[in-house]
Design a protein around this ligand. Structure first.
Ligand SMILES: [Fe+2]
Length: 414
């Protein structure tokens, strides 16, 4: 039996919660319950429309950008196998099959677990960048922490790549809410093992739904990583790796000043940024706090390229008209994301669909195709994949690859 269920359905959560909540609320009003119960109940009540809104295919993983809903998913995924309430999921893996009685029964332990969630202490990073080789290969994955579908396939392709890698980096999000078990099963146990490579993980909003506790306490020590933000520097490049999740879609601590100092002292080196959240997007929300804090660097044309995740598509933007920045969203490494109906039927071969930018966001292309790793739902979901970067002194080549390693785009961006 798996240690936790892989999939927790939104429809089942909604049904269970809608039936269980009135009972829980009447129990809470009758008894002198522990402080915080009312707060959790009202949060769960507020999560109902969020859960309801999320489209899902039967038996395929779905999650929410809502802490309480994602926390409940983690909890249900863990409780269901112990209560023998799991079954094969349609899209692969095991699905939790709980009902409203189970939710009622489990509520006490969910409340105990939930009230202990506190953010992990912020860890200060190194002031100076660490050394990075002039000739180096980097593998990037983002929103990869499902342990399912294309995610393990990406990891095996990275391991098998004959050219090897110097750095393997995840740009954040381990589902549902980055608990210790999820970090072990969906992330650390699946992480690609490449001899000689440095391993790095950035923080994501889903890790922070459990306060980033396991991210900071388990992942960072395992990776030999001091903090959730850091910089690497070769003779030609600065790689600025940011934590945009500790403060949601923002830069916590002194990251903006820290990065500015490093870049001001970088001489003629070009700068590439990596983060979980986006500075801008065509398909998702914008990142005004990031743009404001890094405004002077962006306006001065100091940022050459920026790779981010959070949104589960692969989107390659044209050069930003004002900032000269090349932005790439690469959050397509393992989470099932629906294709858009306006893109038409799924092409048999992965291909690129043009997207029109607006309000200063550049035009882009998005990777479209089917997803062979989501059983019986292949044509509903976009492809999974990862990105390889090849640094060769001042030259930088990016290679977008499908989960099986197939190359779908190659650009020399410097
Ligand atoms: Fe995210």
């Amino acid at each position: 039996m798996s240690k936790q269920a892989d999939v927790v359905s939104a429809a089942r959560m909604l049904d269970g919660l809608e039936k269980a909540l009135p009972h829980l609320e009447s129990m809470a009003s009758l008894e002198s319950t522990e402080e915080g119960t009312g707060d959790l109940l009202s949060r769960l009540r507020r999560s109902l429309p969020v859960i309801q809104k999320e489209p899902e295919a039967k038996g395929v993983m779905v999650t929410f950008r809502d802490p309480t809903s994602a926390q409940l998913q983690s909890f249900l995924a863990e409780q269901a196998p112990a209560a023998n309430k799991v079954d094969e999921a349609e899209g692969g893996g095991l699905e939790a099959k709980f009902d409203s009685h189970d939710i009622l029964g489990w509520f006490g332990s969910f409340f105990t677990w939930w009230r202990k969630i506190k953010p992990h202490a912020w860890l200060p990073g190194d002031a100076e960048p660490a050394k990075f080789p002039d000739v180096a290969r980097v593998a990037l994955m983002a929103d990869w922490g499902t342990g399912m579908y294309g995610a393990p396939v990406c990891a095996r392709s990275i391991e098998k790549d004959k050219a090897g890698y110097n750095l393997i980096m995840h740009l954040g999000d381990v589902y549902y809410s980055g608990t210790g078990k999820e970090m072990a099963d969906r992330f650390l146990n699946q992480w690609p093992k490449v001899a000689g490579a440095m391993n790095r993980g950035l923080n994501g909003n889903h890790e922070m739904y459990t306060g980033g506790q396991s991210y900071f306490a388990d992942v960072l020590p395992k990776f030999g990583q001091k903090a959730s933000y850091f910089a690497l520097q070769s003779n030609h490049w600065v790689l600025g790796c940011l934590d945009t999740a500790y403060a949601d879609h923002d830069l916590a601590g002194d990251q903006a000043a820290w990065l500015t100092k490093i870049i001001n002292e970088a001489g003629g080196r070009k700068v590439v940024l990596f983060s979980h959240h986006q500075p801008y997007s065509i398909l998702d929300s914008q990142g005004p706090k990031l743009v404001e804090k890094l405004g002077p660097l962006l306006n001065a044309g100091k940022i050459h390229a920026w790779y981010w995740g959070h949104e589960h598509h692969c989107v390659v933007y044209k050069k930003h008209a004002q900032w000269g920045l090349m932005g790439r969203c690469i959050g397509h490494s393992g989470f099932p994301e629906f294709r858009k109906p306006e893109w038409g039927g799924a092409p048999t071969k992965a291909s690129w669909v043009e997207l029109k930018g607006a309000n200063g966001v550049p035009d882009a292309v998005v990777l479209d195709g089917s997803n062979p790793y989501i059983k019986d739902h292949e044509t509903e979901y976009g492809p999974h994949g990862y990105v390889s970067l090849e640094f060769e002194n001042g030259k930088l080549t990016e290679i977008m690859q499908l989960a099986d390693g197939t190359e779908v785009m190659r650009n020399q961006i410097a």
